[in-house]
Design a protein. Structure first.
Length: 204
């Protein structure tokens, strides 16, 4: 993940194109409202975190991102939030087992060192804590059709997506980091051509 790239990316990016079909799923995966620390890993400009704060007002919202520009927008959206810049090492600047809930929403497909990212997510999550992940869905049939119908669009060389996950690959990443998947599902379009995949997991 390149800081320079994402500083430029967030210059003209704010809204989430997939918000309308992703948010209804995410909100069902959140624990009940209580005084819990929640981290949005790769929070961007805080679009999702603002919605979380509206329906879970007792959650204590935290966010980290690699881009100053993104965090500027997040601080404006969620004044009570606590936001921190992370470097390309992806070290999350919090102690072990600090968070009750961690969100990693459409961020892991942007990361070179996914092994470190999953380990850091696991490290800062409390035992039995909740992890919610969303990534673009890349099942076999969908990839075959994408390659046949519009390869250049789906594998756009200018796209910020550098990782491609299917259910088995993301489960392996979770297990390697000491995380256990509890629920997997899909959103956008229809399976097996879904836009995205969500994973609810916990720390073993």
């Amino acid at each position: 993940m390149s800081k320079a790239f994402y500083e430029k990316y967030w210059q003209n990016q704010d809204v989430l194109d997939d918000f309308d079909y992703k948010w209804p799923i995410i909100q069902t995966l959140l624990p009940p409202d209580s005084k819990k620390r929640l981290l949005d890993f790769g929070c961007g400009t805080g679009v999702i975190l603002k919605e979380v704060s509206a329906i879970r007002p007792n959650f204590m919202p935290y966010g980290v991102d690699i881009a100053d520009k993104a965090l500027y927008g997040a601080r404006k959206r969620i004044p009570k939030g606590r936001f921190h810049l992370i470097t390309e090492t992806q070290k999350i600047p919090f102690s072990d087992s600090f968070f009750d809930i961690v969100l990693a929403l459409d961020v892991l497909e942007h990361i070179y060192d996914t092994q470190t990212a999953f380990r850091e997510l696991s490290r800062v999550l409390k035992p039995n804590g909740t992890l919610v992940i969303t990534v673009p869905y890349n099942g076999t049939l969908k990839l075959i059709l994408a390659a046949i119908i519009d390869f250049d669009f789906y594998f756009d060389p200018y796209s910020p997506h550098i990782r491609f996950f299917k259910e088995s690959s993301i489960k392996k990443c979770l297990n390697d980091a000491g995380l256990k998947d509890q629920k997997v599902g899909y959103f956008g379009r229809f399976f097996p051509l879904s836009n995205g995949m969500y994973i609810l997991a916990e720390k073993s």
